[in-house]
Design a protein around this ligand. Structure first.
Ligand SMILES: O=C(CO)[C@H](O)[C@H](O)COP(=O)(O)O
Length: 259
């Protein structure tokens, strides 16, 4: 297996083994390429355990994973309280703040993170940073109501006062280029599972060092539906390493190596 894939698998398996117990009945399943390993490990807990459980997805991809694994699908509207949610991340800082939304699922991901008694992130070693924005350069994914996207681009640029603003990009005062995320095998923008657009907005390091403050500012912009900054939410983050170990970062900043 490719070393990065192996690292994702290690993180996912370790997180499931430590946080998904037999007693858990309602389990949130996140999005991204690490999450299939989460579902594999949960399946390995056996049919008898999984028969009594319901799995709530953060989007179309995880819904498919749940159905294909033969697990019982639930909806966030039926299960406002979740025992544990395990999700991927695009980057995690030393305080367990995270950038999420690389797969455009941050709205549902945040709903399931908030609903969960325990929210755990799983990722490979490339996502383990001191400060957000160190390795994830494309910016903070921001879900916006389609009709408001140009206004939001302008407002985001103004969070540092703009120099120019066009239809699908804007340049902020710090020279950062904010872009409307475009489809890869589709003409036009990426449309989220909720029918919204995604803006990717990079911010300078000094602002990324205070992610909770930045989150509040962005969230207050009219037209913003959800921001891909998850601050103070995770109980732990599991990072698979290239050497086959797993680093577990806790809320107090401590890091333990397991395996
Ligand atoms: O936030 C997400 C989707 O919106 C994903 O969890 C994030 O992109 C991580 O994905 P991967 O495990 O593929 O690196």
């Amino acid at each position: 297996m490719d070393p990065v894939e192996e690292a994702k698998k290690l993180a996912a398996f370790a997180a499931v083994d430590r946080h998904v117990s037999k007693e858990h009945r309602v389990i949130g399943i996140g999005s991204g390429s690490t999450v299939p390993f989460v579902v594999d490990r949960i399946r390995e807990q056996g049919e008898a355990v999984n028969r009594g459980r319901v799995f709530v997805p953060t989007g179309f991809q995880s819904q498919q994973l749940i159905v294909q694994a033969g697990l019982t699908l639930g909806d966030a509207s039926q299960y406002p309280k979740i025992d544990v949610t395990i999700d991927g991340a695009d980057e995690v800082d030393a305080q367990l703040n995270a950038i999420k939304g690389g797969g455009a699922c941050q709205l549902r991901e945040k709903v399931l993170a908030e609903a969960a008694d325990t929210w755990i992130m799983v990722a490979d070693y490339r996502k383990n940073s001191e400060t957000l924005g160190e390795s994830w350069k494309q910016g903070i994914p921001i879900e916006v109501a389609p009709f408001a996207y140009v206004a939001v681009l302008h407002r985001l640029a103004q969070l540092g006062s703009p120099t120019t603003a066009e239809q699908s990009t804007a340049v902020g005062a710090h020279g950062q280029v904010l872009t409307l995320r475009m489809g890869k095998a589709k003409a036009g923008p990426v449309v989220s599972d909720n029918g919204n657009f995604i803006i990717d907005a990079p911010f300078p390091r000094e602002m990324m060092q205070r992610p909770a403050e930045l989150l509040t500012k962005i969230k207050l912009l009219t037209g913003v539906v959800e921001v891909g900054l998850f601050c103070g939410m995770a109980k732990a983050a599991y990072f698979g390493n290239a050497d086959g170990s797993v680093s577990v970062r806790q809320t107090d900043g401590s890091v333990q190596k397991v395996q």
